[in-house]
Design a protein. Structure first.
Length: 398
């Protein structure tokens, strides 16, 4: 019955994490998977989330199914986080939001929705992008192509080439954009570039799909929502999938949402109804505990302030590690420019290391990163940054 099924080769990132855990070398360093670790190398339990969980336990009661769209309180808090409390689009009722199983769940629901209602549209993703983007949209039956994005020569964005490509796409093409903290490069569009991009999206009748998995890890919680708010202000219709895995350090709870900014309340009602139908065909309804965490942390004034301070502290630690790695590499290899570590944002950076150099780092130095050369800066700490810099300098030809 099943003998013709082909083997699954495994996810390259999770396979690398498994190899890291199996490595007996005590000095090993894990810079592969996108998880925030504190300076002691531990996954933090945020005080704001712990306080929220204590309240949830105190209120413990029956656990019915949530509606297909999720908890109303959590959905309202997500909308306020993305657009700002009291935003006109919210007052007008033209934002449809569902609670999802992480941002990945939101991307999947959105992909299935788009296949149903825009069956002839193709998806365009940045070159490069998060590996699972292509798999998710292709898994829903959508064709996936790339638009120019990262420039290895400058360490920046090929912005003019990006605009040229997007201007030539067929109407109703779906354009996946990283709202902040681009994964895998860490290279983001500036507010000025977003302001130039938005008229192109409108003129070409394109459908933006924003991935916002790292809100707060770039420049700040509100600052990182610039693209969402600018697109809304410009009157565009678009999707945005967001996650709390990193910002609340609740990876296993799968707290996420998918929002669609529409042209009217009537449109939003239609979209919400069809997103419910899409959810029903996949997992029926989301998790109650995840919803309560989001609703409590964002909805309580004191917990919200506490959480924002915690996110700021995580962002500052990442920036400190970026600076430390930059300074050490600059001292070890004074002829090279490592300024990209300082200009890139969020948890990730492109190091410029080749696949062969990445293999050497792993085999010779027990420093693990994925073969594209992407490094998870949040895996660095005061105890391993010197060792990592020395290893990188060795494979770069110190």
């Amino acid at each position: 019955m099943f003998e013709r099924i082909t083997p699954y080769p495994g996810d390259p990132i999770f396979a690398l994490v498994d190899a890291f855990h199996a490595d007996p070398r005590p000095e090993k360093v894990n810079l592969s998977i996108g998880i925030y670790f504190d300076d002691a190398g531990r996954l933090p339990a945020l005080p704001s989330v712990r306080a929220a969980e204590q309240r949830i336990l105190a209120e413990a009661g029956a656990k019915p199914y949530l509606p297909m769209e999720g908890d109303a309180g959590a959905r309202a808090q997500v909308q306020a986080l993305l657009l700002g409390a009291g935003h006109p689009a919210l007052a007008e009722g033209r934002v449809a939001t569902i609670q999802t199983i992480g941002a990945s769940g939101g991307l999947k629901v959105g992909a299935d929705f788009l296949k149903s209602w825009f069956p002839d549209s193709a998806v365009w993703v940045s070159d490069p992008t998060w590996d699972n983007h292509r798999a998710m949209f292709e898994g829903s039956g959508l064709a996936v192509h790339t638009y120019p994005y990262y420039d290895p020569a400058s360490g920046g964005v090929r912005f003019e080439a990006m605009l040229d490509t997007l201007q030539g796409l067929p109407p109703r093409s779906i354009v996946l954009l990283h709202a902040c903290c681009h994964n895998p490069t860490g290279v983001d569009l500036t507010p000025d570039q977003w302001d130039r991009l938005i008229p192109v999206l409108r003129a070409a009748e394109l459908l933006p799909y924003l991935d916002l998995a790292y809100q707060g890890f770039g420049d700040g919680i509100d600052e990182d929502a610039y693209a969402v708010r600018a697109l809304t202000q410009a009157g565009l219709r678009f999707f945005v999938a967001n996650s709390f895995s990193k910002s609340m350090s609740v990876y296993g709870e799968r707290c996420g949402a998918l929002s669609v900014v529409c042209g009217s309340a009537a449109e939003a009602d239609l979209v919400l109804g069809q997103m419910r139908a899409t959810v029903r065909r996949i997992y029926s309804s989301p998790a109650m505990h995840a919803a309560k965490l989001v609703a409590h942390v964002l909805g309580d004034a004191d917990l919200n302030v506490m959480w924002r301070a915690e996110v700021a502290a995580m962002r500052l630690r990442i920036a400190t590690m970026r600076l430390a790695l930059h300074d050490r590499l600059t001292a070890l290899l004074p002829g090279r420019d490592f300024g990209y570590f300082l200009s890139q944002r969020g948890m990730f950076s492109y190091t410029g290391l080749s696949a062969a150099q990445v293999d050497r780092l792993r085999d010779e130095c027990a420093v693990y990163l994925i073969r594209s050369g992407r490094i998870c800066v949040a895996g660095l700490n005061a105890g391993n940054v010197d060792r990592t810099a020395n290893a990188m300098a060795a494979v770069l030809g110190r």
